[in-house]
Write a protein that binds this ligand. Structure first.
Ligand SMILES: Cc1ncc(COP(=O)(O)O)c(C=O)c1O
Length: 365
């Protein structure tokens, strides 16, 4: 038993406190109030703050009608479920997938079909065989530095998905909050670029500027977005214009690319520290090797469950999260997500040492 005093949390995928651009956001907020005070303190359009919509449209090279800004990705996913799903309708997700989306899909009484994820994207054989059984209303995917595995789709799988969505007639919801956070390797074309008529692309400032802003955008079909805007209006009149004004001024001042660079410099060594410690201390554990983002995924050795490790880890002041929440159709008993961004390289090394000690205890039983 270790006498470790401080707690290490490998639990939630939160940004590091030291990543927040407080000085720049303070200036951006002041500037937004000076320039747009009466707009951002007033009720606005359900589509959100118009200059920010235009910023997103220019960034994606699309018409402004194809952009809706809103209060957080999760809210947008809920709006999409309201628009696209009736109870019992089929929705595909990756296996594993983001647990909060699973919760929303369950709330909407969707029939969830998980498509196993491989190192380069979904298993296409399983996908095609499931498509022959039922065409989903949508396939919810996170192709860049996926939550919870950190995996990224190859171009070939992106193209295949874009083609299958067209052939079978389903929406792809491409959730991409981690996309700018590539530490190495080459950026892959977004599925939205490959098939803009069938893809609904979500981007959030949560992991780049800060989740507290609750600012995100959905890019996609103008008619569907118009229906969502009406639904948004009936739900909250308009999104938080004040946050949107600050986010817009932040981007307008040119801070967005500098912030992305800052995050990469902060997080890349953390991912490396995590991979190095796992190679050194957990050689028998199967691990994903992401090129960016917030997470990596471990599969514990046969005969060891995440639940047993989680329980024992408490004695080492190590908090872990259950893996099964990411598997909507069961499974994931040996899966463990490791969010590394909010820990220093030293804490990461210490956390992996504690995990290795815990695993030894569990295996010794
Ligand atoms: C894949 C994915 N989508 C959405 C979110 C939540 O984003 P937001 O804060 O914009 O709701 C997260 C946060 O962890 C995420 O990992």
């Amino acid at each position: 038993m270790s006498g470790d005093k401080f707690v290490i949390n490998f639990t939630r995928g939160v940004p590091a406190d030291e990543s927040f651009p407080i000085k720049e956001i303070t200036a951006a907020t002041q500037s937004a109030l000076e320039k747009y005070g009466t707009t951002i303190l007033q009720y606005g359009k359900a589509y959100g703050f118009q200059p920010l919509r235009e910023w997103f449209a220019a960034r994606q090279e699309i018409a402004v009608d194809n952009v809706l800004t809103a209060n957080s990705t999760l809210q947008v996913i809920d709006f999409l479920c309201h628009q696209l799903l009736q109870p019992g309708d089929v929705a595909f997700t990756e296996l594993p997938t983001y647990d909060r989306t699973v919760t929303l899909l369950r709330r909407h009484k969707a029939t969830i079909v998980g498509i196993p994820l491989e190192d380069d994207g979904p298993n296409i054989e399983v996908l095609e065989s499931e498509l022959k059984k039922h065409v989903p209303k949508f396939f919810y995917i996170i192709p860049d530095f996926q939550n919870p595995t950190g995996l990224t789709y190859s171009l070939a799988k992106r193209e295949k998905l874009a083609e299958l969505a067209e052939k079978y007639g389903f929406w792809i919801i491409e959730d991409a909050p981690y996309r700018p956070l590539r530490f190495r390797g080459k950026e892959q074309t977004s599925i939205f670029k490959l098939n803009p008529t069938r893809t609904l692309h979500l981007f959030s400032f949560a992991k780049i500027i800060g989740p507290g802003l609750r600012v995100c955008a959905i890019h996609g079909d103008a008619q569907l977005l118009a229906k969502m805007a009406k639904f948004a209006e009936d739900t909250y009149i308009c999104p938080v214009m004040f946050s949107m004004g600050a986010a817009y001024e932040f981007c307008q001042a040119g801070h967005f690319p500098a912030q992305v660079d800052k995050l990469k410099a902060l997080y890349a060594p953390r991912l490396q520290a995590c991979l190095d410690a796992i190679t050194q201390l957990l050689p028998n554990v199967d691990v994903t090797r992401p090129q960016g983002g917030f997470f990596l995924g471990l599969t514990l050795p046969e005969g060891v469950t995440t639940a047993a490790v989680m329980e024992k880890a408490k004695a080492y002041n190590l908090n872990l999260a259950p893996g099964q929440a990411f598997f909507p159709n069961g499974g994931g008993e040996r899966f463990l997500r490791l969010p590394y961004c909010a820990l220093s390289p030293e804490q990461i090394h210490e956390g992996i040492s504690r995990l290795a000690a815990t695993l030894k205890d569990v295996q010794a039983k």
